[in-house]
Design a protein around this ligand. Structure first.
Ligand code: A3P
Length: 362
Protein backbone atom coordinates (compact mmCIF):
# COMPACT_ATOMS: atom_id res chain seq x y z
CA UNK A 1 0.00 0.00 0.00
CA UNK A 2 1.22 3.44 -0.84
CA UNK A 3 1.72 5.07 2.55
CA UNK A 4 1.40 8.78 2.32
CA UNK A 5 2.26 10.12 5.77
CA UNK A 6 0.62 13.45 4.91
CA UNK A 7 -2.73 11.61 4.95
CA UNK A 8 -2.18 10.88 8.65
CA UNK A 9 -0.66 14.23 9.49
CA UNK A 10 -1.71 14.49 13.14
CA UNK A 11 -3.34 17.90 12.71
CA UNK A 12 -6.49 16.64 14.48
CA UNK A 13 -7.34 17.71 18.01
CA UNK A 14 -7.18 15.22 20.84
CA UNK A 15 -10.98 15.25 20.99
CA UNK A 16 -11.26 14.41 17.29
CA UNK A 17 -8.76 11.58 17.65
CA UNK A 18 -10.64 10.18 20.67
CA UNK A 19 -13.88 10.37 18.68
CA UNK A 20 -12.30 8.40 15.82
CA UNK A 21 -10.98 5.81 18.24
CA UNK A 22 -14.45 5.39 19.73
CA UNK A 23 -16.00 5.00 16.26
CA UNK A 24 -13.34 2.40 15.40
CA UNK A 25 -14.20 0.38 18.49
CA UNK A 26 -17.91 0.65 17.71
CA UNK A 27 -17.27 -0.73 14.24
CA UNK A 28 -15.38 -3.65 15.79
CA UNK A 29 -18.38 -4.40 17.99
CA UNK A 30 -20.71 -4.14 15.01
CA UNK A 31 -18.48 -6.55 13.07
CA UNK A 32 -18.40 -9.06 15.92
CA UNK A 33 -22.20 -9.40 15.63
CA UNK A 34 -22.24 -10.14 11.89
CA UNK A 35 -22.70 -13.72 10.59
CA UNK A 36 -19.33 -15.48 10.55
CA UNK A 37 -17.96 -18.48 8.64
CA UNK A 38 -14.54 -20.05 8.78
CA UNK A 39 -12.93 -21.34 5.64
CA UNK A 40 -10.07 -20.44 3.37
CA UNK A 41 -7.39 -21.64 5.84
CA UNK A 42 -9.39 -20.71 8.92
CA UNK A 43 -9.53 -17.04 8.05
CA UNK A 44 -12.78 -15.70 9.56
CA UNK A 45 -15.21 -14.25 7.02
CA UNK A 46 -18.12 -11.98 7.90
CA UNK A 47 -21.26 -11.35 5.86
CA UNK A 48 -21.92 -7.63 5.45
CA UNK A 49 -24.78 -6.36 3.25
CA UNK A 50 -24.77 -9.50 1.11
CA UNK A 51 -21.00 -9.78 0.58
CA UNK A 52 -18.35 -11.82 2.41
CA UNK A 53 -15.27 -10.09 3.79
CA UNK A 54 -12.13 -11.39 5.39
CA UNK A 55 -12.71 -10.03 8.89
CA UNK A 56 -9.62 -7.79 9.20
CA UNK A 57 -10.66 -5.92 6.03
CA UNK A 58 -14.10 -5.07 7.30
CA UNK A 59 -13.31 -2.18 9.62
CA UNK A 60 -11.66 -0.42 6.67
CA UNK A 61 -14.63 -1.24 4.42
CA UNK A 62 -17.12 0.26 6.86
CA UNK A 63 -14.94 3.25 7.70
CA UNK A 64 -14.44 3.98 3.99
CA UNK A 65 -18.23 3.92 3.43
CA UNK A 66 -18.85 6.27 6.31
CA UNK A 67 -15.85 8.57 6.26
CA UNK A 68 -14.95 9.06 2.62
CA UNK A 69 -15.74 12.64 1.61
CA UNK A 70 -16.84 13.80 -1.81
CA UNK A 71 -14.61 12.68 -4.70
CA UNK A 72 -12.78 15.32 -6.73
CA UNK A 73 -13.68 15.64 -10.45
CA UNK A 74 -10.26 14.28 -11.40
CA UNK A 75 -10.47 11.22 -9.12
CA UNK A 76 -10.24 7.87 -10.80
CA UNK A 77 -11.34 4.74 -8.92
CA UNK A 78 -9.74 1.50 -10.05
CA UNK A 79 -12.06 -1.30 -9.00
CA UNK A 80 -11.79 -5.07 -9.24
CA UNK A 81 -12.98 -8.23 -7.59
CA UNK A 82 -9.78 -9.56 -5.96
CA UNK A 83 -7.46 -11.51 -8.29
CA UNK A 84 -9.00 -10.11 -11.45
CA UNK A 85 -5.97 -8.14 -12.63
CA UNK A 86 -5.86 -5.20 -10.21
CA UNK A 87 -2.06 -5.06 -10.41
CA UNK A 88 -2.16 -4.86 -14.19
CA UNK A 89 -4.88 -2.20 -14.21
CA UNK A 90 -3.01 -0.10 -11.64
CA UNK A 91 0.19 -0.30 -13.68
CA UNK A 92 -1.55 0.67 -16.92
CA UNK A 93 -3.55 3.52 -15.42
CA UNK A 94 -0.42 4.87 -13.74
CA UNK A 95 1.68 4.67 -16.90
CA UNK A 96 -1.05 6.27 -19.04
CA UNK A 97 -1.69 9.13 -16.63
CA UNK A 98 1.96 9.86 -15.85
CA UNK A 99 3.44 9.98 -19.32
CA UNK A 100 4.70 13.38 -20.37
CA UNK A 101 3.26 14.89 -23.48
CA UNK A 102 5.67 14.23 -26.28
CA UNK A 103 8.04 11.29 -26.13
CA UNK A 104 11.15 12.05 -24.20
CA UNK A 105 13.31 9.65 -22.33
CA UNK A 106 12.42 10.78 -18.81
CA UNK A 107 8.69 10.55 -19.31
CA UNK A 108 6.93 9.64 -16.03
CA UNK A 109 5.37 6.42 -17.36
CA UNK A 110 8.73 4.67 -17.08
CA UNK A 111 8.75 5.12 -13.31
CA UNK A 112 6.44 2.08 -13.23
CA UNK A 113 9.73 0.19 -13.51
CA UNK A 114 10.81 1.32 -10.05
CA UNK A 115 7.60 0.93 -8.03
CA UNK A 116 5.25 -1.95 -7.31
CA UNK A 117 1.99 -1.35 -9.20
CA UNK A 118 0.11 -1.82 -5.91
CA UNK A 119 1.96 1.28 -4.68
CA UNK A 120 0.78 3.39 -7.61
CA UNK A 121 -2.63 3.87 -6.01
CA UNK A 122 -3.66 3.21 -2.43
CA UNK A 123 -5.86 0.25 -1.56
CA UNK A 124 -8.57 2.32 0.10
CA UNK A 125 -9.89 -0.30 2.52
CA UNK A 126 -6.34 -0.77 3.82
CA UNK A 127 -5.94 3.00 4.08
CA UNK A 128 -9.09 3.25 6.21
CA UNK A 129 -8.34 0.13 8.29
CA UNK A 130 -6.71 1.93 11.20
CA UNK A 131 -8.47 3.84 13.97
CA UNK A 132 -7.75 7.24 12.46
CA UNK A 133 -9.45 8.51 9.33
CA UNK A 134 -6.95 9.41 6.62
CA UNK A 135 -7.07 12.84 5.05
CA UNK A 136 -7.12 12.02 1.36
CA UNK A 137 -7.02 15.72 0.51
CA UNK A 138 -3.31 15.47 1.29
CA UNK A 139 -2.85 13.33 -1.84
CA UNK A 140 -1.97 15.30 -4.95
CA UNK A 141 -4.50 15.39 -7.80
CA UNK A 142 -5.29 13.71 -10.08
CA UNK A 143 -5.67 10.78 -7.68
CA UNK A 144 -5.96 7.14 -8.63
CA UNK A 145 -7.61 5.17 -5.84
CA UNK A 146 -7.91 1.39 -5.73
CA UNK A 147 -10.67 -0.63 -4.12
CA UNK A 148 -12.41 -4.01 -4.25
CA UNK A 149 -15.66 -2.62 -2.77
CA UNK A 150 -18.92 -3.88 -4.32
CA UNK A 151 -20.71 -1.05 -6.12
CA UNK A 152 -23.59 -1.03 -3.66
CA UNK A 153 -21.17 -0.50 -0.78
CA UNK A 154 -19.18 2.36 -2.29
CA UNK A 155 -19.47 5.62 -0.38
CA UNK A 156 -22.73 7.33 -1.29
CA UNK A 157 -20.85 10.42 -2.44
CA UNK A 158 -19.34 8.32 -5.24
CA UNK A 159 -22.62 6.66 -6.28
CA UNK A 160 -24.61 9.91 -6.34
CA UNK A 161 -26.02 10.82 -9.75
CA UNK A 162 -24.03 14.05 -9.69
CA UNK A 163 -20.81 12.54 -8.32
CA UNK A 164 -17.78 13.81 -10.20
CA UNK A 165 -15.53 10.76 -9.62
CA UNK A 166 -15.16 8.14 -12.34
CA UNK A 167 -14.66 4.39 -12.12
CA UNK A 168 -12.81 1.76 -14.13
CA UNK A 169 -13.87 -1.82 -13.37
CA UNK A 170 -11.79 -4.77 -14.55
CA UNK A 171 -13.67 -8.05 -14.64
CA UNK A 172 -12.22 -11.58 -15.00
CA UNK A 173 -13.69 -14.98 -15.84
CA UNK A 174 -14.78 -16.56 -12.51
CA UNK A 175 -12.88 -19.89 -12.81
CA UNK A 176 -9.57 -18.13 -13.44
CA UNK A 177 -10.39 -15.72 -10.61
CA UNK A 178 -11.03 -18.66 -8.28
CA UNK A 179 -7.77 -20.39 -9.18
CA UNK A 180 -5.81 -17.18 -8.75
CA UNK A 181 -7.47 -16.57 -5.36
CA UNK A 182 -6.54 -20.04 -4.10
CA UNK A 183 -2.88 -19.60 -5.00
CA UNK A 184 -2.77 -16.13 -3.51
CA UNK A 185 -4.42 -17.07 -0.20
CA UNK A 186 -2.18 -20.11 0.13
CA UNK A 187 0.88 -17.86 0.03
CA UNK A 188 -0.48 -15.49 2.70
CA UNK A 189 0.94 -15.41 6.20
CA UNK A 190 -0.94 -14.26 9.28
CA UNK A 191 -0.02 -12.81 12.65
CA UNK A 192 -2.67 -15.02 14.27
CA UNK A 193 -1.29 -18.47 15.02
CA UNK A 194 -4.72 -20.15 14.80
CA UNK A 195 -4.83 -19.14 11.15
CA UNK A 196 -2.89 -20.41 8.21
CA UNK A 197 -2.91 -23.99 9.42
CA UNK A 198 -2.25 -25.29 5.93
CA UNK A 199 -3.14 -24.63 2.33
CA UNK A 200 -6.75 -24.84 1.21
CA UNK A 201 -7.36 -27.42 -1.50
CA UNK A 202 -8.79 -26.40 -4.87
CA UNK A 203 -11.93 -28.49 -4.27
CA UNK A 204 -12.58 -26.99 -0.82
CA UNK A 205 -12.05 -23.50 -2.19
CA UNK A 206 -14.32 -24.10 -5.19
CA UNK A 207 -17.14 -25.24 -2.88
CA UNK A 208 -16.82 -22.05 -0.81
CA UNK A 209 -16.49 -19.87 -3.91
CA UNK A 210 -19.68 -21.35 -5.39
CA UNK A 211 -21.52 -20.45 -2.19
CA UNK A 212 -20.27 -16.90 -2.62
CA UNK A 213 -17.95 -17.32 0.33
CA UNK A 214 -14.69 -15.81 -0.88
CA UNK A 215 -13.06 -12.40 -0.33
CA UNK A 216 -15.65 -9.82 -1.47
CA UNK A 217 -17.82 -12.67 -2.84
CA UNK A 218 -20.08 -13.61 -4.45
CA UNK A 219 -18.11 -12.78 -7.58
CA UNK A 220 -21.22 -12.78 -9.81
CA UNK A 221 -23.09 -10.12 -7.85
CA UNK A 222 -19.90 -8.05 -7.65
CA UNK A 223 -19.46 -8.11 -11.42
CA UNK A 224 -23.15 -7.55 -12.14
CA UNK A 225 -23.45 -4.50 -9.94
CA UNK A 226 -20.67 -2.78 -11.90
CA UNK A 227 -21.90 -4.13 -15.23
CA UNK A 228 -25.37 -2.69 -14.71
CA UNK A 229 -24.00 0.67 -13.64
CA UNK A 230 -21.68 0.75 -16.67
CA UNK A 231 -24.70 0.19 -18.92
CA UNK A 232 -26.62 2.95 -17.18
CA UNK A 233 -23.79 5.48 -17.02
CA UNK A 234 -21.04 4.60 -19.52
CA UNK A 235 -19.50 8.06 -19.19
CA UNK A 236 -18.98 7.43 -15.48
CA UNK A 237 -18.00 3.76 -15.42
CA UNK A 238 -15.74 1.96 -17.88
CA UNK A 239 -16.17 -1.83 -17.72
CA UNK A 240 -13.25 -3.86 -19.05
CA UNK A 241 -12.45 -7.55 -19.16
CA UNK A 242 -9.09 -9.14 -18.35
CA UNK A 243 -9.47 -11.49 -21.31
CA UNK A 244 -10.08 -8.58 -23.74
CA UNK A 245 -7.08 -6.74 -22.36
CA UNK A 246 -5.00 -9.85 -23.00
CA UNK A 247 -6.39 -10.39 -26.51
CA UNK A 248 -6.25 -6.76 -27.67
CA UNK A 249 -3.98 -4.82 -25.34
CA UNK A 250 -3.40 -1.81 -27.60
CA UNK A 251 -7.10 -1.20 -28.29
CA UNK A 252 -7.89 -1.46 -24.58
CA UNK A 253 -5.01 0.81 -23.58
CA UNK A 254 -6.43 3.43 -25.96
CA UNK A 255 -9.86 2.95 -24.39
CA UNK A 256 -8.32 3.44 -20.95
CA UNK A 257 -6.44 6.54 -22.04
CA UNK A 258 -9.59 8.10 -23.53
CA UNK A 259 -11.55 7.41 -20.36
CA UNK A 260 -8.76 8.73 -18.13
CA UNK A 261 -8.83 11.90 -20.21
CA UNK A 262 -5.32 11.46 -21.66
CA UNK A 263 -5.96 10.21 -25.23
CA UNK A 264 -2.88 9.46 -27.29
CA UNK A 265 -1.96 12.27 -29.62
CA UNK A 266 -1.15 11.58 -33.30
CA UNK A 267 2.50 12.20 -32.41
CA UNK A 268 2.39 9.63 -29.62
CA UNK A 269 0.62 7.18 -31.89
CA UNK A 270 3.25 7.54 -34.56
CA UNK A 271 6.17 7.13 -32.18
CA UNK A 272 4.76 3.91 -30.68
CA UNK A 273 3.71 5.14 -27.22
CA UNK A 274 0.76 2.73 -27.03
CA UNK A 275 2.93 -0.29 -27.75
CA UNK A 276 5.52 0.98 -25.28
CA UNK A 277 2.95 1.17 -22.47
CA UNK A 278 1.57 -2.27 -23.32
CA UNK A 279 5.11 -3.65 -23.19
CA UNK A 280 6.07 -1.82 -19.98
CA UNK A 281 3.04 -3.22 -18.13
CA UNK A 282 2.98 -6.74 -19.53
CA UNK A 283 3.24 -9.67 -17.15
CA UNK A 284 6.70 -10.75 -18.29
CA UNK A 285 8.16 -7.27 -17.84
CA UNK A 286 6.60 -6.44 -14.46
CA UNK A 287 7.08 -9.85 -12.88
CA UNK A 288 10.80 -9.76 -13.69
CA UNK A 289 11.49 -6.46 -11.92
CA UNK A 290 13.35 -6.56 -8.61
CA UNK A 291 10.89 -4.11 -7.02
CA UNK A 292 8.07 -6.58 -7.72
CA UNK A 293 9.98 -9.63 -6.53
CA UNK A 294 11.14 -8.49 -3.08
CA UNK A 295 9.34 -7.29 0.04
CA UNK A 296 6.01 -7.90 1.77
CA UNK A 297 2.84 -5.89 2.47
CA UNK A 298 -0.50 -6.23 4.27
CA UNK A 299 0.73 -5.61 7.82
CA UNK A 300 -1.94 -2.93 8.41
CA UNK A 301 -4.55 -5.70 8.36
CA UNK A 302 -2.50 -8.34 10.14
CA UNK A 303 -1.46 -10.45 7.17
CA UNK A 304 1.72 -10.77 5.18
CA UNK A 305 1.68 -10.97 1.42
CA UNK A 306 4.82 -11.21 -0.68
CA UNK A 307 5.05 -8.55 -3.34
CA UNK A 308 5.83 -11.33 -5.79
CA UNK A 309 2.47 -13.05 -5.04
CA UNK A 310 0.70 -10.50 -7.24
CA UNK A 311 2.39 -12.12 -10.23
CA UNK A 312 1.82 -15.83 -10.82
CA UNK A 313 1.07 -16.85 -14.42
CA UNK A 314 -0.99 -14.06 -15.92
CA UNK A 315 -2.80 -16.40 -18.33
CA UNK A 316 -6.33 -16.80 -19.63
CA UNK A 317 -7.76 -20.27 -19.04
CA UNK A 318 -5.26 -21.46 -16.42
CA UNK A 319 -8.22 -23.00 -14.55
CA UNK A 320 -7.86 -25.99 -16.88
CA UNK A 321 -4.68 -26.95 -15.06
CA UNK A 322 -6.29 -26.83 -11.61
CA UNK A 323 -10.05 -27.46 -11.58
CA UNK A 324 -11.64 -30.87 -12.06
CA UNK A 325 -14.20 -30.97 -14.91
CA UNK A 326 -16.95 -31.32 -12.27
CA UNK A 327 -15.83 -28.22 -10.36
CA UNK A 328 -15.43 -26.22 -13.56
CA UNK A 329 -18.94 -27.24 -14.64
CA UNK A 330 -20.34 -26.30 -11.24
CA UNK A 331 -18.88 -22.78 -11.50
CA UNK A 332 -20.03 -22.49 -15.14
CA UNK A 333 -23.60 -23.47 -14.30
CA UNK A 334 -23.80 -20.76 -11.65
CA UNK A 335 -22.18 -18.23 -13.98
CA UNK A 336 -24.66 -18.99 -16.77
CA UNK A 337 -27.55 -18.87 -14.36
CA UNK A 338 -26.57 -15.59 -12.72
CA UNK A 339 -25.61 -13.77 -15.91
CA UNK A 340 -28.53 -14.95 -18.06
CA UNK A 341 -30.37 -12.02 -19.62
CA UNK A 342 -27.99 -9.43 -18.19
CA UNK A 343 -25.94 -8.82 -21.34
CA UNK A 344 -22.74 -9.69 -19.47
CA UNK A 345 -20.99 -12.86 -20.58
CA UNK A 346 -17.64 -14.51 -20.26
CA UNK A 347 -16.81 -15.43 -23.83
CA UNK A 348 -16.15 -19.10 -24.47
CA UNK A 349 -12.46 -19.87 -24.58
CA UNK A 350 -10.84 -21.81 -27.39
CA UNK A 351 -11.29 -25.55 -26.77
CA UNK A 352 -8.51 -27.31 -24.85
CA UNK A 353 -6.04 -29.02 -27.19
CA UNK A 354 -6.57 -32.78 -27.63
CA UNK A 355 -4.00 -35.14 -26.17
CA UNK A 356 -3.21 -36.51 -29.64
CA UNK A 357 -2.31 -32.99 -30.74
CA UNK A 358 0.37 -32.84 -28.11
CA UNK A 359 -1.67 -30.90 -25.53
CA UNK A 360 -2.18 -31.87 -21.91
CA UNK A 361 -5.61 -32.79 -20.65
CA UNK A 362 -6.60 -31.23 -17.31
P1 A3P B 1 -2.90 -15.50 -11.93
O1 A3P B 1 -2.89 -15.91 -10.50
O2 A3P B 1 -3.97 -16.19 -12.73
O3 A3P B 1 -1.58 -15.61 -12.58
P2 A3P B 1 -4.76 -8.99 -8.75
O4 A3P B 1 -3.77 -8.05 -9.31
O5 A3P B 1 -6.18 -8.54 -8.85
O6 A3P B 1 -4.37 -9.47 -7.42
O7 A3P B 1 -4.75 -10.25 -9.73
C1 A3P B 1 -3.62 -11.07 -9.81
C2 A3P B 1 -3.70 -11.83 -11.11
O8 A3P B 1 -3.33 -10.96 -12.19
C3 A3P B 1 -2.71 -12.98 -11.12
O9 A3P B 1 -3.29 -13.97 -11.98
C4 A3P B 1 -1.50 -12.32 -11.74
O10 A3P B 1 -0.55 -13.22 -12.26
C5 A3P B 1 -2.15 -11.48 -12.82
N1 A3P B 1 -1.33 -10.36 -13.27
C6 A3P B 1 -0.53 -9.54 -12.53
N2 A3P B 1 0.09 -8.66 -13.32
C7 A3P B 1 -0.31 -8.91 -14.58
C8 A3P B 1 0.00 -8.33 -15.85
N3 A3P B 1 0.85 -7.32 -15.97
N4 A3P B 1 -0.59 -8.85 -16.94
C9 A3P B 1 -1.46 -9.88 -16.85
N5 A3P B 1 -1.79 -10.48 -15.69
C10 A3P B 1 -1.22 -10.00 -14.56
Amino acid sequence: MLFNPRCFDGSKTEGERDGELGAHQQRQEEISKLPVEMGWRNFPFRLYHGFWFHEPHLNGVISLRRNFCRPAPSDLFLVTFPKSGTTWLKALAFAIANRSSGHHINSGHRSILSRHPQDCSPYLEGFYAGPHVPNLDAMPSPRQLGTHMPYSLLPESLRDEGSPGRIIYLCREPKDTLVSTVHFINTMGSEQSSIAAGPISMDQAAELFCKGLSPYGPVWEHQLEYWRESQRRPDKLLFLKYEDLMAEPAANVRKLANFIGRPFSPEEESCGMVAEIVELCCFEKLSGLEVNKAGVRGKEIGVTVNNSSFFRKGKVGDWREHLSPEMAEKVDVITRDKLRGTGLSHSPEPPAPHADQGGEMP
